[in-house]
Design a protein around this ligand. Structure first.
Ligand code: NAD
Length: 293
């Protein structure tokens, strides 16, 4: 039962509402302005042990969500699990390969069994692959496409098995600026991210009348493992005589019109926007400082 009492705070000159809800014997007073945007919503985040996945998980936790966190490397999940729990979030963790369909089905089903729904699926896990056409082997092509493209397909398919019966949900697939433009020495990675955007657009059209939105987020240049890790893109794109740091500084200042890299939190902000925007579907939102404009 929820009773709304309204009053005016003349000292601060704004209108405020107070909620009184009766829960058993207890009476709780909630301030409307402290209510969180994803309160009690159930959110699955894959690649949650990595740079962007962690920021996405933390942002949803701050907005009151319950979180199912997935990563191939289970050891990466313990830190983020503690962090979101400290923020008050209920959390499940799964050490799993997101390209394995039965495994992913099981994750979505277990999450639904635990909390009754899955409201948001952030299909974010991915790997980078770097190499010239001569260097990329058919096996390496399959590895990168198998995680980045097939993984997004598998996660979307499993998410929809829960979302379609409930008649609601938001799917956000992590693509990249590499899903909008070609890049040297990244052709299989680029192919995988073009696939993510094309797939996302097609499924959004297929589901347009179901109450489910399907969008892609396209991160720009962020200094996580992909760019700054051992053998990462900054290292690969070094000019003769350049250090990895110099390559990083040059690339971000020359490639990005705004001249600065993006933070994981910038990407999370875009993801939360897409998760809450009822009439935004089939889009590939670039958070890239203007790199793809
Ligand atoms: N960092 C960037 O500049 C950038 C730019 C554009 C797009 N992206 C995309 O953002 C996403 C996240 O990247 P990130 O920067 O956080 O990288 P990251 O390497 O820090 O994190 C990726 C995470 O995904 C996990 N993962 C990899 N394969 C998996 C699998 N098969 N099953 C389950 N988990 C798996 C890894 O263990 C890792 O924790 C990726 O899809 C990536 O392509 C990143």
């Amino acid at each position: 039962m929820r009773l709304i009492i309204s009053f005016t705070r003349t000292d601060l000159n704004f209108f405020q509402e107070k909620y009184i809800s009766l829960e058993g014997e207890k009476v709780k007073i909630l301030n409307k302005h402290s209510m969180k945007k994803f309160e009690n919503k159930v959110v699955v985040v894959t690649g949650a042990g990595g740079g962007l996945g962690r920021a996405i998980a933390v942002s949803f936790a701050k907005e009151g969500a319950k979180l199912a966190l997935v990563d191939l490397k289970e050891e990466f999940l313990s830190e983020i699990k503690s962090e979101v729990a400290r923020l008050g979030a209920e959390v499940l963790t799964f050490g799993a390969d997101i390209s394995d369909y039965p495994t992913v089905q099981n994750i979505f089903q277990q999450t639904r069994e635990k909390w009754g729904s899955v409201d948001v699926a952030c299909n974010n896990a991915g790997v980078v692959g770097i190499g010239s056409i001569e260097e990329i082997t058919p096996e390496e092509w399959d590895r990168v496409l198998g995680i980045n493209a097939k993984g997004v397909f598998v996660c979307t398919k499993a998410a929809l098995e829960v979302m379609k019966p409930q008649g609601s949900g938001a799917i956000i697939n992590t693509a990249s600026i590499a899903g909008k433009m070609g890049m040297p020495h990244l052709s299989h990675y680029v192919a995988s991210k073009f696939a993510v955007i094309g797939f996302t657009n097609s499924i959004a059209k297929e589901l347009a009348t179901t109450g489910i939105t399907v969008n892609a987020i396209c991160p720009g240049i962020i200094g996580t493992g992909m760019w700054r890790g051992e053998g990462g893109i900054a290292d690969r794109w070094k000019k003769p005589g350049e250090t990895e740091q110099q390559s990083w500084d040059r690339n971000k200042s020359t490639l990005i019109p705004q001249g600065v890299d993006q933070s994981p939190e910038d990407i999370a902000e875009g993801v939360l926007f897409l998760a809450g925007a009822k009439h935004v579907t089939g889009q590939a939102l670039a958070v890239d400082g203007g790199m793809t404009m």
